[in-house]
Design a protein around this ligand. Structure first.
Ligand SMILES: [Cu+2]
Length: 249
């Protein structure tokens, strides 16, 4: 199981934030201490200090260690983001002024991104006109959409629900309104829709009815045990075979 991207981004953020707050306190506390200690009343005559090897080593080594810790925290998170797990379902997202559209590996299209719960999704990111940036804030993933190039990212949504997708690169007049939705639904429901013959966007929205998604969310909230996960992945494998057959056709 790969580390959760959102959790590792947040962990790195809090680590860097924590170290920054710590250093701020060190500097501010030292500053007030010096104001007090070297006040003119207590210390009327200035003196020349020639240096202190022990102190200099300390304030070189401690920051060095902190910087190395921050580097590796960020590096491992980044490495995980850039290496798409094998067997991920791929979806192509195309940005254009000013909307996102999605094409699944069997050719099915939608303007809302549907994703099966707990599956690795490999997004291939393209642009039809200018630079955009595909951004799912809740999952902490973002990647530029550049004309003439295919960029990528991957995610694994582990909670049912609807999440915002935004464009994070100023791309003209309606950039502010270039939003789309990620709808995470149970795997069975997703593959049912995915393998159904209807493929227009209109059918898409009516097939996956939000009410029943919410119901499933309530029922399955406490019941995600290992047994269930195993059956889910077996089902997914079967569906994957269907997926391949479809694409051969
Ligand atoms: Cu844009």
């Amino acid at each position: 199981m790969r580390p959760n991207i959102a959790e590792s981004v947040d962990a790195t953020f809090w680590l860097v934030f924590g170290i920054s707050v710590f250093l701020l306190l060190v500097v501010v506390v030292a500053m007030f201490y010096f104001i007090y200690k070297y006040n003119k009343k207590r210390h009327p005559v200035a003196e020349q200090i020639s240096g202190h090897t022990g102190l200099e080593i300390t304030w070189t080594v401690i920051p060095l260690i902190l910087v190395i810790i921050m580097f590796f925290s960020g590096y491992y998170g980044f490495e995980n983001m850039r290496n798409v797990p094998e067997g991920a379902d791929s979806v192509t997202v195309t940005g254009q002024m000013w909307k996102w559209s999605y094409t699944y590996s069997n050719g099915k299209k939608s303007d809302t991104l549907y994703a099966p719960l707990g599956k690795n999704i490999h997004m291939l990111i393209k642009s039809n006109d200018v630079n955009h940036s595909f951004y799912i804030p809740a999952l902490r993933v973002k990647e530029d959409a550049i004309p003439g190039r295919t960029n990528y990212l991957w995610f694994n949504a582990d909670k049912l629900g609807t999440y915002e997708i935004a464009c994070a690169e100023y791309c003209g007049l309606d950039h502010w309104n270039m939003y789309s939705k990620l709808v995470v639904i149970p795997q069975e429901k997703f593959y049912e829709w995915y393998n159904a013959s209807t493929d227009t966007v209109k059918t898409t929205t009516s097939t996956i009815n939000t009410q029943s998604t919410n119901d499933t969310l309530k029922t399955s909230a406490g019941s995600t045990d290992t047994t269930k996960k195993t059956t889910d992945s077996v089902k997914t494998n079967n569906k994957d075979t269907t997926l391949k057959k479809d694409s051969v056709k």
